[in-house]
Ligand binder design. Structure first.
Ligand code: AP5
Ligand code: MG
Length: 190
């Protein structure tokens, strides 16, 4: 099995690019953000817990998302691998992922990181707010917190994955087509 991490700040284009990636490489797309939004929409206890944190632009507790990922790994069959979008997001999550995979004698195949500058994050999220109506896209303070949370808690993972040689960075500032062809050019080599 292949285990790809689709990494990048909010609004970098992870969800946008994931659709084409899972189709081309027969992967299962797991977006922890989307799974959490489904829980919120369903009004589950987990969703209620997550909502306040997400709406504030903070992360939900590591154990919650780790449990979601493990349950997907254990139930999804008939794919050649997984594309993790928005997970891991903390060093603790990265270590937990390594542990889950080690139990299966597997490891992370590669990290595909889509990078854009902070100003572009704001533009992209504002653009999406007018189309999708995501609660965490709706106000400037939440967006600023998401960017801060990314730099404080998630960006350190760049060093973590560079150290073990898994990190591959793509310039995310071009058009959707340009970014996609760069990603395909990279993934064709794995
Ligand atoms: P999550 O849903 O993962 O949100 P995010 O990481 O903030 O990322 P986004 O989904 O906002 O951006 P994206 O990179 O997918 O961009 P997109 O393709 O949509 O997480 C939401 C929340 O859930 C978190 O804040 C946290 O609270 C919680 N959470 C999730 N995972 C967690 C975890 N592991 N641990 C703890 N908490 C967790 O593109 C954005 C827009 O730009 C779109 O409109 C798109 O059309 C456009 N666009 C994309 N590419 C281009 C391009 N090349 N040119 C022009 N426009 C483009
Ligand atoms: Mg997304």
């Amino acid at each position: 099995m292949r285990y790809y991490i689709l990494f990048g700040p909010p609004g970098a284009g992870k969800g946008t690019q994931a659709t084409a990636m899972v189709e081309k490489y027969n992967l299962r797309h797991i977006s922890t953000g989307e799974l959490l939004r489904k829980e919120i929409a369903a009004g589950s206890e987990l969703g209620l817990k997550a909502k306040a944190l997400i709406d504030a632009g903070a992360l939900v507790p590591d154990e919650i998302v780790e449990g979601m990922i493990e349950s997907e790994f254990n139930t999804v069959k008939d794919v050649e691998g997984f594309l993790l979008d928005g997970f891991p997001r903390t060093t603790a999550q990265a270590t937990a992922l390594d542990g889950m995979l080690a139990k299966k004698s597997e490891e992370v195949t590669a990290v595909v990181s889509i990078m854009i500058p902070d100003e572009m994050i704001k533009e992209r999220i504002k653009h999406r707010a007018s189309i999708e109506g995501r609660a965490d896209d709706a106000n400037d303070e939440t967006i600023a917190n998401r960017i801060r949370t990314y730099h404080d808690k998630t960006e350190p993972l760049v060093g973590y994955y560079k150290e073990n040689g898994k990190y591959h960075e793509i310039d995310g500032t071009g058009t959707i087509d340009e970014v996609r062809s760069k990603i395909f050019g990279l993934m064709d080599k794995f």
